[in-house]
Design a protein around this ligand. Structure first.
Ligand SMILES: [Zn+2]
Length: 279
């Protein structure tokens, strides 16, 4: 599922290939993923010029000028593809933009989870979706991250994946971040000590940046990750790249978390307040 690193690479693909191009024709191939409606989206986009893009968490937002902003969410396995020749049109494109210069941009989404939406304003959309700060926002400081995480009385993996705490991290990268930070997925966020919270922040940043640099989402991305990353072992029979032990799994509401029980022990939490009994 496209998380922050994949969407960041879609943004760079867009900036490199489509930024500034004028739209000549809009083809909505599947109206079900379009909001508010295929007709309104097509009318707003036709003749518009694709302006600056910004990414917030797993969303890509593209400025259209007067019509507002185009918001793209990639669901389970969506992507963005620029192409020139008609023969190169990718399968499963749900929205196709034909540019005045003959180039094309396709929003591809085989599973049809995800959406394309026209909104008036980027900041308003982010607020309405209740998105927290982007995980790579330079203005997000370690102390603010630690406060936000420690305020949730839930397991740390759920908190990392909670887009209202910090935006951009999903099931896959939260596994890698917790492995690098040596925290058990079920460790309670509100019982992590200062050092763990600082480590979690540093690892979140380094894992996401590394994934972007190594071409997240591409076919060779897993092989390009540094030795010591858990992601290539995120499968049945996977072995821990640190200790060689068997990778274990946990169920997270239909999704599976992968972790190393030896490197990420569920240590008893140190008592926070005097007199409070430990479970
Ligand atoms: Zn291990």
């Amino acid at each position: 599922m496209p998380e922050l690193p994949e969407v960041e690479l879609f943004k760079r693909h867009f900036d490199r290939t489509s930024l500034g191009r004028a739209i000549r024709r809009v083809t909505v191939k599947d109206a079900r993923i379009v909001k508010p409606s295929a007709a309104r989206l097509a009318a707003a986009l036709a003749g518009a010029r694709l302006g600056a893009s910004r990414r917030h968490g797993k969303y890509l937002l593209i400025a259209l000028g007067k019509p507002g902003w185009l918001v793209l969410h990639f669901g389970m396995n969506g992507s963005l593809r620029h192409f020139v020749r008609d023969a190169d049109e990718p399968p499963y494109d749900r929205l196709r933009l034909d540019f005045a210069d003959g180039h094309h941009l396709a929003y591809v989404n085989p599973r049809r989870i995800g959406r394309v939406e026209l909104v008036a304003d980027a900041a308003g959309f982010i607020a309405a979706e209740k998105l927290g700060p982007d995980a790579l926002d330079p203005r997000l400081r370690p102390a603010a991250f630690a406060r936000a995480v420690a305020a949730r009385r839930r397991d740390v993996k759920s908190v990392l994946m909670d887009q209202s705490v910090v935006a951009g991290i999903g099931n896959i990268y939260s596994d890698e971040i917790l492995f690098q930070a040596r925290l058990h997925p079920r460790a309670r966020a509100d019982r992590l000590d200062e050092a763990s919270l600082r480590r979690l922040f540093a690892k979140a940043r380094s894992v996401l940046r590394t994934a972007i640099r190594r071409g997240a989402g591409s076919e060779q991305a897993l092989e390009r990750l540094p030795r010591g990353f858990l992601l290539p072992q995120r499968r049945k029979g996977g072995r821990c790249p640190r200790c060689g032990g068997a990778i274990a799994t946990l169920s997270y509401g239909g999704r599976t978390a992968y972790y190393c029980p030896r490197c990420q022990p569920l240590a008893p939490a140190p008592p926070r307040a005097r007199g409070r009994a430990r479970p």
